[in-house]
Design a protein around this ligand. Structure first.
Ligand SMILES: [Zn+2]
Length: 644
């Protein structure tokens, strides 16, 4: 029997089970190492909920208490609360990950209050101020739960008019702070602090052992310390540096950790744990907490190694001004991995490729580590509905190519994006290795565009076939499949923006920008209609590639020179705004077919096997096949609860 991937669909979110088949074959000490890292990953999960939204943890606790004490709650109310809670779990709070927009509970506040009161009679315990009644809690959280106009966007980089980007963003990285407050302020803990005001003065609340999130960080550190004993030497050095950074919060300790982590190139089990990506922050500075535990997928890692070894060969062929090429390409360590668990910003919704560290200075000197999440890519592919391709492809040939080569093409493109894309190029000396400071809110989208363009530009290169990243005999088909899918995707991704007329998420902005730029400047893509439906049809692969080369030269110049005005103009013209009529059409097509627009992953579950003396003798892996069961267990409400 085929094992289940697509478990259920909640509105436009697919819930997909992720499998880690290689785990059972790891040596037992590596399994135990993974077990401790897994616990460290779960220990920090709530940090990200709180960073995303100041009410998120309290809201989650209320929802979970209701779901675990459901006696007497009317079915209609309970099923609406369950729908909302599942979306809340998938998105780590009440804002959609893709669109940044808040979603709301669709029952009445009175029905919700009644449900809470019934749950309380059945034994639920709600957070809240001492002696606060259920009615008072509902009144206080009415805006967060029910009003779409309260805290509308979690990250808003392009607010209407002159509105401030920090004030227009509902995340909890800033408290009562606006951009003007930062003028002349020396930010010491850029990545790992929350900015707030005390007596009118700007203050950094540092994320560290004796600072903000100290209780969670203490638990993370405890599990990391348990992991040390089982870690190979290079990984041990990295974990020790990470513990030190969690203790002090000081940037030089973060740098030491990043270096130790990137120098650990061979550990079969590895982890990412900390304040990493800065997409959540409209300024692009603060790090959102995340953790990933994974092991190397050896089979798929071979061709990535060959790609990484050829990095210098590709660097001298980058289609940009030679002054921005790196003369000293420090190898990117590229591996295909299978994830065991992803938390914080990394899960339940996840990337399929990761390249770290983000610190440009470390990348230029020490290189970077790049991973493709092989079992996530597999689960995406296996859970995909065929109707999805058929609806947006222009011809039967395009459908056939997508079915035959789509997975290969997307795996190869992701690999080039991560291995050659993010690792390539250099920036002007005056930027001091930190282009994100000059490019501000435009940085992430520029960097993602750069990496995508490197992948699109090189996928037809014969060397890619020679390396074995794609089958050499069918490289032309793979290129067509990729270019067609890339053009199509920009149309299809509009389904994720159900409201508004602007795009916030950086990867989506970058794809929109690239395709719209190609439409405006090259004959590569035809916009056609048939039966009232719009199609983006890739018609000229040579022009597509040539256009990507030209655009890449400009995008690299923007990054290298830190040209904020040019970045802004590029995304304003091609990446941010879309036609709401076209979006409505796409949404209608997707809704008619009931197709999901993004996926949340149910993670594997680890469980230690104990010996007679209470020592861990082995670690077992299993697959919960239920988002609800897993999320309640993560919150410590797992045992003996009734779930569906
Ligand atoms: Zn990327």
């Amino acid at each position: 029997m085929k094992r289940p991937y697509l478990l259920e669909q909640i509105d436009d979110a697919a819930v997909v089970q992720c499998y880690a088949d290689g785990f059972a074959h790891l040596p037992v000490d590596q399994k135990i190492l993974a077990w401790h890292l897994y616990q460290a990953a779960l220990a920090g999960r709530d940090i990200y909920y709180d960073q995303r939204y100041r009410h998120a943890l309290e809201m989650r606790e209320i929802l979970e208490e209701i779901l675990t004490h459901p006696d007497g709650i009317p079915d209609a109310t309970l099923s609406e609360i369950r729908r909302y809670t599942k979306l809340f779990w998938i998105n780590s709070g009440p804002h959609n990950n893709m669109t940044s927009r808040k979603f709301v509970l669709a029952c009445s506040p009175d029905a919700f209050r009644d449900a809470m009161e019934m749950a309380e009679r059945a034994g639920a315990r709600f957070p809240g101020r001492p002696a606060e009644s259920v009615a008072a809690i509902v009144a206080r959280l009415r805006g967060p739960f029910f009003d779409p106009d309260v805290d509308t966007l979690v990250t808003n980089k392009a607010p209407a008019g002159d509105a401030d980007i920090l004030r227009a963003s509902a995340n909890n990285l800033y408290d009562d702070v606006e951009m003007g407050d930062l003028d002349g302020f020396a930010e010491r803990y850029g990545l790992n602090s929350r900015l707030t005001k005390r007596d009118g003065r700007l203050v950094e609340e540092v994320y560290r052992l004796k600072g903000r999130y100290g209780d969670r960080i203490a638990r993370i550190v405890h599990h990391l310390q348990d992991a040390l004993f089982f870690a190979p030497p290079a990984m041990r050095r990295a974990l020790e540096a990470l513990i030190r950074f969690y203790e002090t919060g000081e940037d030089p300790d973060r740098v030491s950790y990043d270096i130790a982590w990137v120098e650990d190139k061979n550990s079969p089990v590895d982890t990412i744990n900390g304040f990493v990506e800065n997409y959540l922050d409209p300024r692009g500075v603060k790090g959102a907490w995340e953790a990933i535990v994974f092991y190397v997928n050896h089979e798929k890692t071979e061709s990535l190694h060959r790609l990484a070894e050829s990095a210098a060969w590709f660097e001298v062929r980058m289609p940009w001004d030679p002054q921005w090429r790196r003369s000293d390409v420090v190898g990117v360590t590229a591996r295909a991995i299978d994830v065991i668990v992803e938390t914080g910003e990394a899960g339940p919704t996840t990337a399929i490729g990761i390249n770290l560290p983000n610190d440009q200075r470390i990348r230029e000197t020490y290189g970077s580590k790049s991973v493709s999440l092989a079992n996530i890519a597999e689960a995406y592919e296996q859970s995909q509905l065929p109707a999805y391709r058929q609806e947006f492809c222009w011809s039967p040939e395009e459908v056939a190519r997508a079915e035959r080569w789509g997975a290969v093409a997307s795996e190869a493109t992701t690999a080039i994006h991560e291995v050659l894309g993010h690792g390539s190029g250099r920036v002007a000396a005056h930027l001091d290795g930190q282009p994100q400071i000059a490019l501000k809110e435009q940085y992430s989208a520029i960097e993602e565009a750069r990496a995508d363009l490197v992948a699109l530009y090189f996928i037809p290169e014969p060397k890619i076939g020679e390396i074995g990243l794609v089958p050499a005999d069918h490289q032309a088909d793979v290129v067509l499949a990729e270019y067609e899918a890339y053009a199509r995707n920009v149309l299809v991704q509009l389904r994720r923006m159900r409201e508004g007329t602007t795009i916030e998420e950086d990867h989506m902005r970058n794809r929109q920008m690239i395709v719209n730029w190609l439409i405006a400047h090259t004959p590569a893509i035809d916009v056609r209609t048939r039966d009232g439906k719009t199609f983006y049809v890739m018609v000229d692969a040579i022009a597509f590639r040539e256009g990507c080369g030209r655009l890449l030269a400009e995008v690299q110049r923007i990054k290298s020179e830190g040209d904020h005005a040019a970045a802004r103009a590029l995304f304003e013209a091609y990446g941010i705004h879309f036609d709401p009529t076209l979006r409505d059409e796409v949404v209608a097509r997707v809704d008619r077919l009931n197709l999901p627009s993004y996926s949340g992953f149910v993670q594997p579950r680890l469980e230690p096997v104990m010996g007679p003396a209470g020592e861990i003798t082995d670690v077992r892996i299993s697959y919960p096949l239920s988002l609800e069961r897993q999320m309640l267990e993560y919150s410590g409400k797992g045992a003996g609860t009734r779930v569906s």
